[in-house]
Design a binder for this molecule. Structure first.
Ligand SMILES: CC(C)(COP(=O)(O)OP(=O)(O)OC[C@H]1O[C@@H](n2cnc3c(N)ncnc32)[C@H](O)[C@@H]1OP(=O)(O)O)[C@@H](O)C(=O)NCCC(=O)NCCS
Length: 196
């Protein structure tokens, strides 16, 4: 079966609470709000980035978004109804689907601390999975979450991912090794829980 990591054009996906879109050079504040905050990066696989590093990351995200075939969909999460209307289309987080092979991808998600707890990540990941199993025709999507990351674990469990096991010393962060719990979702499982 042919998958569509080769898909043309920028991606924009609309969920119930958020929209996912390609990052642009105007998103530096949004990127900094996530990767520049210890409270968020503590649960990710890298340490907090300063402004120059965040700018470099944003540039890399934009360049990779233009590759064909794509190695990843690293998309900005923007609330459909932000508390402050001036924040319309502002990036408050990201979802990232990295190609691990033609038929599978790895999922990462993060929301800026001040915007957490509003269902943004749940809706963003659900929307990205519809895209992954629908338009991209992937068979398998994995997520590796730290064993102490209660919010991160709650999200994949709520969406129906299956726990596969523990990846020992999976990431090195904050000067120490950290295990991850590996979760997966397969296309037939997702099709039973979603409408695509
Ligand atoms: C994980 C994360 C993305 C969740 O973002 P969010 O927008 O707040 O998520 P949602 O509001 O959609 O829902 C989060 C779920 O976690 C639960 N939750 C939130 N904080 C929690 C906590 N401290 N302990 C337990 N559960 C928690 C929420 O209740 C919700 O579950 P529910 O719908 O069953 O009640 C966010 O906390 C984050 O960015 N963390 C840092 C990055 C990260 O851990 N990424 C995951 C690893 S890839």
């Amino acid at each position: 079966m042919t998958t569509t990591w080769h898909d043309e054009g920028p991606v924009a996906l609309t969920g119930e609470r958020v929209r996912l879109r390609e990052f642009t050079p105007d998103d530096l504040d949004g990127v900094r709000g996530v990767v520049g905050d210890d409270r968020v990066t503590h649960f990710l696989s890298f340490t907090t980035r300063n402004e120059a590093q965040a700018r470099e990351l944003l540039q890399t995200i934009i360049e990779r978004g233009q590759e064909r075939p794509r190695r990843e969909y690293f998309l900005a999460v923007t609330p459909l109804e932000p508390d402050n209307p001036a924040d319309q289309d502002k990036a408050v987080g990201f979802t990232r689907l990295q190609r691990t092979n033609e038929h599978s991808g790895r999922l990462v998600y993060a929301i800026a601390h001040d915007h957490q707890g509003r269902g943004y990540a749940g809706d963003a990941v659900r929307t990205l999975l519809d895209f992954a199993f629908g338009r991209l025709r992937l068979h398998r999507v994995t997520a590796a979450v730290g064993p102490d990351n209660r919010a991160g674990l709650a999200l994949v469990k709520r969406l129906g991912f299956t726990r596969e096991g523990v990846l020992r010393d999976h990431v090195r962060t904050g000067g120490a090794w950290r295990d991850s719990v590996l979760f997966s979702m397969l296309a037939p499982e997702w099709s039973r829980t979603s409408e695509f």
